[in-house]
Design a protein around this ligand. Structure first.
Ligand SMILES: [Zn+2]
Ligand SMILES: [Zn+2]
Length: 136
């Protein structure tokens, strides 16, 4: 298993992810950088930087996230917002959604109602289904 924290790439961001293989983790990190930080293409340099930031997860994290299913949240705050957030846990999704709501929609207080709504809207996500939906 490998873990990455977005903060170790230099972003002020709480996102982290654990995956079984480096390839999978690199793919998911690329999706995060594209969706959340607006990085259009991942250069070879960037890929090397991403892989450099991979760490073995702590034992506690490895145990905690071994069976976790990755989730996705599609923003529905703004009518035309296409923002989405892929993360391991509902807590991480809520963190990301709160930052996005503040930056993109001017919502300063992320209320318990909104947190509940985000958690409810979060769906299971997999890289395979993501690739398929892009082709279709
Ligand atoms: Zn990030
Ligand atoms: Zn939005």
């Amino acid at each position: 298993m490998r873990e990455i924290k977005c903060a170790s790439l230099g972003y002020n961001c709480k996102w982290k992810h654990i995956a079984n293989t480096e390839e999978l983790l690199a793919d998911i990190t690329a999706i995060h950088l594209r969706d959340v930080h607006g990085m259009k293409a991942i250069s070879q340099d960037m890929l090397a930087k991403i892989k450099n930031a991979f760490m073995p997860p702590s034992e506690a994290d490895a145990a905690k996230f071994a069976d976790v299913k990755t989730k996705v949240y599609n923003c529905d705050i703004g009518p035309k917002c296409s923002w989405r957030y892929v993360a391991m846990t509902e807590e991480l999704i809520v963190d990301g959604a709160a930052v996005h709501a503040r930056e993109a929609h001017g919502i300063k207080e992320f209320s318990p109602t909104m947190i509940a709504k985000v958690k409810k809207a979060a769906q299971e996500w997999s890289l395979d289904s993501d690739k398929k939906s892009k082709v279709a």
